[in-house]
Each structure stands twice: as structure tokens, then as C-alpha cells.
Design a protein around this ligand. Structure first.
Ligand code: SAM
Length: 393
């Protein structure tokens, strides 16, 4: 059993986990249990901040009980440890000061010391170590560098050993290091790209084709963020875009990525209008951030909103009709489409979102969340992204 500390939009994060691991459930509003003992690579999950292997479930939500159980368990386990142990402690959903948390660590340290085992405690500025601190101390990456995630649920507390934290520095370096960026077409955050690719589910290559890996199509590829992340996740990729310039930018970016990360996957790009292009097979999944309309820094007038929404609905609707007739039934299609947020945080959605069947698609269903209104946005954004999780009928 594993437990994941979910990201800023926990519903999206848990949806991602469910699509990848199937047996997933909520433990608390910010965490999810993953019923697998297989190795998990957190760097391929855009929506999880940290993941740990569950070690203990304490039948209490009171810190003194939890602390007692933790000290008892690790004083025993580590009494025979070879070499120095580095320990980081991160507590979630407890009313606790960093000092009180460190105190538990110090009690453990002194118990171990009397048996000749030395322990270095990572200082806590906060009750939970930042992912950057976890990374810096390489916690979770070897047997003697441990971060304990102590997570309070409704009736019990889970103590888990972290297997790693999201490497934000690497994500940022990848995002900012790309030779071509374009602020005007808007840039998909790499984490969201990872989430979307995972929402398509585990993909299989077409056995009749001799391409090595399943191939992911992005028909609005822009500068190629999604294609990049899909390649890093081991997929072959296929991008098309209306703009010649964007195809050129994607080509430069993918060449750079392939060199930098020594990737062996295949990629293929060409110009094309998503409403009438004929794509080449094989296509294992379609994952794309579609045209989002013009950017807004303040909510538009209702006349303007009607115009932009109509325009986007026309393009994306035309794209969906063109796409569904080219794909095999069951092919997963994950789209980010625009939705507009007003000052009271109400969303205006695209008309096509309530008529998906008319375009030749079905909605995926999930057990952990309502998959019909998954939104990704920042508080200050007017144009939010709504994620549509579909399969071809
Ligand atoms: C929101 S951007 C996608 C950005 C991309 N995800 C990225 O991170 O760079 C939308 C892209 O759709 C393209 N586009 C607009 N209308 C299109 C159409 N009818 N067919 C294909 N591409 C189109 C634009 O050229 C633009 O690159």
C-alpha cells in the first residue's frame, strides 16, 4: 500500500492516480491511498507532491499517541542500523508546531544513540518539509535517508516512508530550458501535461505496427509541451498544428529534448487544421490542450464572452467530429478546453461539453471523483481549463 500527497487540485490528482493504478481511494482531503506494492516513479505523476510506502496505521488522530507509536517502531527497527541515518519528519493535518514535531525526532534520536546508532534530524521550518528540502536532502532515495510522512485521517493516522518528492527544479529547468517558448499561444504547465497523459490511462502499442511504443497524438501541439512530456514518459509522439511556426518550434524543442535526455522514442510533426486533417495511424491516445480562445485579464462582457465561446465551440466541435471518425472505438481522448470564470467563481462552459455523445464520444467514469467537471485553474485566471475524459464510441 502507498499513500500520495496530492497537489493543489486534489480531485485532478486523484483522478490521475486512479487512471494509472485503478485501486485508489481517498484517505483525507489532501491524500489518497494507492493499493499497489509495485515500484512507483513519482517523477512521472504530475499531480502528486510526495508518495510514501505505508508502514504503520495508528488507531488514533492524537499526536501523542502517534508520536509514541512512531518512536517505538523506529527505535526497534533502527537499533541494528548500519551507518548514520538522516531523518526528515513531515506531518499533515495535525495542529502541531515544528518544535513539537522535532521533539519526537529528538526522543527517537536519543533512544538510538544509547544503542550506538546515530541519527541526523533534518530541521523543520514548517511541520511538513517542502518538496525542495526533501529533494535537497535526497530523502527517500536511499535506505538510510528517510522522510516519514505522518498523515492524519478521519479516524486514524498513517505513517509512511517517502519514496520521493516531485522534483520541481527539474520540471522548471525543462520548462524554461526549451529553446522555443511562446507566451501568446499560452503554455501548458508540464505538470498538467503529465496529468493529462496519465488520464489517458496505461497505453498499449498497436501490435500490427512495428513502431516500438504506443503513440500519442496532440492535434493542437503549439510549442510541444505535451509532446515533450509524453516522450519523457516513454511514448512515441505525433503533433499537428495549424501554424507552420508552431510546428517549427515543436521540432526545435523535441530535437533539444531528445539530445538532452538521450531519448530513443520517435516523433512526427506536420501542419494541419484539426477540423479537417487526416491523421496517420497508429494512434494509441489523443491528448491535447485545444484552442483556448483569446486570453483575458478580467472577465469579458457578456457579448464578448458569447462571441469567444461560440468561436471556440465551433473549432473544438469541428475537431471532435473530424477526430471521432478516424479513431478506433475505445481510444482514450483527453482534452483541455476553455471555461470562463466570473468574479463570483461561476464557470461558463462550452456548449459541447453537455453534448459529447453527439460528437461520437463517451465520458470515462471514475470512482474517486465526478469525472464530468474536472477543472484546472489558478485563482486569478479568467480562462480556466476544463478537462474532458473521453473515449471514442
Ligand atoms: C492553447 S495552444 C496549445 C499550446 C500548447 N499546449 C503548448 O503548450 O504550447 C493552441 C494551439 O492551437 C493551434 N490552433 C488553433 N486553431 C487550430 C486548428 N483549427 N487546428 C490546429 N491547430 C489550431 C494554435 O496555433 C496554437 O498553437
Amino acid at each position: 500500500m502507498h499513500i500520495a500527497l496530492l497537489g493543489r487540485q486534489p480531485e485532478l490528482s486523484i483522478a490521475e492516480l486512479e487512471r494509472v493504478f485503478t485501486k485508489v481511494s481517498w484517505f483525507s482531503p489532501q491524500t489518497a491511498l494507492i493499493d499497489t506494492d509495485e515500484a512507483i516513479d513519482i517523477q512521472k505523476l504530475g499531480g502528486s507532491q510526495k508518495i510514501g510506502r505505508v508502514i504503520l496505521e495508528v488507531d488514533s488522530t492524537e499526536w501523542r499517541h502517534v508520536s509514541g507509536a512512531l518512536v517505538k517502531h523506529y527505535a526497534k527497527i533502527w537499533s541494528v542500523a548500519a551507518g548514520k541515518i538522516t531523518l526528515g519528519l513531515s506531518a499533515y493535518d495535525f495542529k502541531l508546531s515544528p518544535r513539537e514535531l522535532q521533539k519526537s525526532g529528538l526522543i527517537l534520536k536519543s533512544k538510538l544513540k544509547s544503542g550506538g546508532v546515530s541519527l541526523r534530524l533534518v530541521p523543520n521550518q514548517e511541520v511538513a518539509l517542502s518538496t525542495a528540502t526533501s529533494h535537497h536532502n535526497k530523502l527517500g532515495l536511499s535506505d538510510n535517508k528517510v522522510e516519514l510522512l505522518i498523515i492524519r485521517g478521519k479516524n486514524s493516522t498513517i505513517i509512511a516512508e517517502s519514496i520521493g518528492a516531485q522534483n520541481i527544479t527539474a520540471l522548471a529547468a525543462r520548462d524554461q530550458g526549451r529553446p522555443r517558448r511562446d507566451a501568446f499561444v499560452g503554455m501548458l504547465p508540464p505538470k498538467l501535461a503529465q496529468i493529462m497523459i496519465n488520464l489517458a490511462g496505461p497505453l498499449a502499442a498497436d501490435p500490427t505496427q512495428d513502431l516500438a511504443q504506443p503513440r500519442v497524438l496532440d492535434p493542437f501541439c503549439g510549442t510541444g509541451v505535451l509532446l515533450q512530456e509524453a516522450m519523457l514518459m516513454g511514448y512515441d509522439v505525433y503533433g499537428t498544428d495549424l501554424s507552420e511556426k508552431m510546428i517549427r518550434y515543436s521540432r526545435e524543442n523535441l530535437n533539444w529534448l531528445q539530445d538532452k535526455y538521450q531519448l530513443t522514442g520517435h516523433w512526427y510533426l506536420h501542419e494541419g487544421d484539426a477540423t479537417d486533417t487526416k491523421w496517420q495511424q497508429p494512434i494509441a491516445a489523443v491528448v491535447t490542450e485545444t484552442y483556448l480562445g483569446q486570453p483575458f485579464s478580467a472577465p469579458p462582457s457578456s457579448a464578448k464572452l458569447t462571441e469567444v465561446r461560440g468561436n471556440c465551440n465551433h473549432i473544438i466541435g469541428g475537431f471532435l467530429k473530424n477526430l471521432s471518425k478516424q479513431l478506433k472505438p475505445g481510444t482514450p481522448v483527453v482534452l483541455a478546453v476553455p471555461a470562463w470564470k466570473d468574479k463570483s467563481d461561476n464557470f461558463t462552459h462550452l456548449p459541447l461539453t453537455t453534448k459529447i455523445e453527439d460528437y461520437g464520444f463517451k465520458r470515462m467514469t471514475l470512482t474517486t471523483v465526478d469525472a464530468d467537471r474536472l477543472m484546472y485553474f489558478r485563482p486569478d485566471q479568467v480562462v480556466a481549463r476544463e478537462l474532458l475524459l473521453l473515449t471514442v464510441k
